[in-house]
Every structure is written in structure tokens, then in C-alpha cells.
Ligand binder design. Sequence first.
Ligand code: FAD
Length: 408
Amino acid sequence: MGRDDSAEIARQHVIDPEICIRCNTCEETCPIKAVTHDSRNYVVDFNICRGCGDCIAPCPTGAIDNWRQVVKAKAYTLEEQFSWDSLPPQEELAGAADAALPDDVERLTQEARAGQGGTAPAPWSAETPRVNLYSLQKPAIATVTANFKLTDEGSSSDIRHIILDFGNTAFPVLEGQSIGVIPPGTDANGKPHHIRLYSVASPRDGEKPNHNNLSLTVKRVTENHNGQSIKGPASNYLCDLKKGDQVKIVGPYGSSFLMPNHPGSSLLMICTGTGSAPMRAMTEYRRRHMAQKEGGALMLFFGARRPGELPYFGPLTKLPKDFIDVNFAFSREPGKPKTYVQDMIRARAADVARFLKDDNCYIYICGLKGMEDGVKVAFREVCDGHGMNWDALQPELLAKGRFHVETY
Ligand SMILES: Cc1cc2nc3c(=O)[nH]c(=O)nc-3n(C[C@H](O)[C@H](O)[C@H](O)COP(=O)(O)OP(=O)(O)OC[C@H]3O[C@@H](n4cnc5c(N)ncnc54)[C@H](O)[C@@H]3O)c2cc1C
């Protein structure tokens, strides 16, 4: 279902009149004269501003670094902004979130959650997500600003960090949400390709703080789950993108695999390969915004064949141990026994049990389908050894929005 033009959402740059000291720096800096003023307020003309951000750093107070998502046809006029004593609150944008999800996305989302054992609500303190703002008929256009290989040059696995910039287009996401990509061209039957989903790997305020961009962690698929050679259309298209290329993006999607925001809430994250994308987003949000004592504990179990095939391996090893407890599992390290994430969960059983018992701990599992069963068996064993019953606990975790699985 497409949206009509009048419902198109945009990102509007605004200035906080309560903080602004009227120093004129923004008006002097703006290269396209989008900033103007009267005797009351400095304001940004929505019809001129291109969101370049040149004015942000020079502003001495930060009053300039404010944005609202608006229905494009109803963006705040200059007259409205001149009359403000304070910024208006972000309005709930009706309509977009209620539109039906594309069939592909419904199906893919249900398959990805199959291992969860039912429907889990979002954590009670999660921010309200925006979903389905951009459709196949009206995709958002993003520009590639970076595409680099995360895995070792010698490794057979090609996993990439891709940064997409949305320019002046509002594309609000929360950690744990996915976006949809439409590969160009047609499939073997001459039909347009269906949507593929990719988890957002950056926090809600952008890959770079306060930039209208996001990142993805994409693995080039060269064989299917049975080991047969194939060239996955969407992943190869994304991995081959060059800086400056434009990509059609739909979504965002996902309204339950979201992080809690209340002080003291903890995250137990278990992932393999590109399943690290949402974990990176959540960890980075916590690192940027929540002092450790506010945020609660973070524990990560992260599996790959070898260290060289583990996305974000280097940065993860540099995070302070008292910020995040990282446990790597490598299944093909020469000369070492095969270790999987479930083995590491067993090795840390006492700590995992503490997390499972804690009502403020939220559990996230993401990666290839094959990981689910082993992780659940390990949880069952942890429960058996620590006075809990997994069969009783799992539905309780689900009902409380504490257990989230996304595998593909
Ligand atoms: C909610 C959700 C989030 C996702 N997030 C990510 C993400 O962050 N990064 C990412 O790279 N992919 C992610 N995927 C998988 C992605 O949507 C595509 O399925 C994948 O990129 C393959 O698409 P393709 O067009 O290249 O190949 P397709 O023709 O669609 O698939 C080819 C074959 O490869 C299998 N396959 C899919 N993914 C993988 C994989 N990672 N490794 C090996 N085989 C695979 C498929 O099951 C199929 O058998 C996600 C999927 C879902 C449902």
C-alpha cells in the first residue's frame, strides 16, 4: 500500500528559542541562507534547508541541533517558528504506523521470530518505534557514504559495514529495528525481487552522533544454507555498492526486538556473524548515552568461525571490561577445540543464571537460524543447575518482553 504525497514524512531542522543566545553565528555560517531571524527568534526555512549540518558545530549553545519529524506538507512555517517561546514536542505522526506491512516483510518477520516461541511485546521501557514509513511505491533514497570490509582480507567470509545517509529525509530508527532493501532488477521468473531485511547496526542518533545516517552489517551470500553456490541478489548488491551510490530503502520495521531504556536494565546478547548488528547498535547507544551505573550490566556472547571472520572484533576487544562482559566463541580456530556460543553460555552458567532471574534483564538472540536450538538447550541446562525450570521460565520471559529472537 502506498502513501499519498500529503502524508510524506520529512526531517525538519529547528532552533530551540529557549537556549538560543541570538549570536547570529548560524545565519552567518549557513551556505544557502536557510537561517533567518526577526526581533524574537532565529529560525530555519524548511523550504531552503538541505540538512548539511554546517551550522551545527559553530553554534555555541547547541540550540541549533534540534530536529522534528513532520508531515512534509505541514512543516512548521517561518511565521510559526517566529512565534515560539519553546520548541513544540515531537508529534505522533498518524497514519504511517497503521498501514499494513508488505506481505514479504510480514512473512520474513514471522520466520525470523519463529524460534522465540510466541509473540513477545517490546520491553516496557522501550521507546515507541516508527514503522513502515517508506513503502515499495515510495521508498526513501539513501546515499552510500562508506562501504568497508570488516572481515580479514584472507577470510572467505565477506562481511561489510555500510553507511547510508538519508540527507533531508526523515528515517527514524531504534536499535533492534530493521530496514528493507529492494535489489534492482528481476528474479529468475522475470519478477521484481522481493524485499530483504537488514538489522540496523547504529544507534538511533546515527552512525555518527546527530547525523541522519545509519549503518548495516551485511554478509555477501555466496552459498545457501545447504552449501550450494549461489549469488544472493540483495547481499551482493549491497556489498558491491560504492560511495555515492543511491539505494532504495523501505521501512523501518520491527516493534518488539527493542532495547529497554529504564535505569538499571541489563542486556544479555547472544549472536553469531551479522547477528552482531543489533547488538552493536544497542551497545553503542548505551556507551554514548547511559552512564554505567544507570544502564545496568551488558553481557555478550559472540560466535564466528575464526576471529578474522568476526565483525567488529577489534572494537569489541577495546571496550572496558566493566562496561561489557564479552565472550567470544570460535568454532574453527586452528589447533583449538571447536567452541560455540552455547559452550560459552555453559561456561558462564552462574552469571547467565543471575541474568535470567533478574526481571530487569532483557535477552536478545540474533544470527543464523542454526544457533537457536543450541542456545535454548544451554539455557535449559543453566536453569536446571540453578533452581529454575526453562519450560516455565521461557513463556514468562516472553510475556514480559524479556526474550527476543531474530534469526534468518
Ligand atoms: C529480520 C532480519 C534481519 C536480517 N538482518 C541481516 C543483517 O543484519 N545482515 C545480513 O547480512 N543479513 C541479514 N538478514 C538476511 C537478509 O535479509 C538476506 O536474507 C540475506 O542477505 C540474503 O539475501 P540475498 O538476496 O543475498 O540472497 P537470497 O537469494 O535471499 O538467499 C540465498 C540463500 O542464502 C541464505 N542466507 C540468508 N542469509 C544468510 C547468511 N547471512 N549467511 C548464509 N546464508 C544466508 C538464504 O536463506 C537462502 O537460502 C536479515 C534477515 C531478517 C529476516
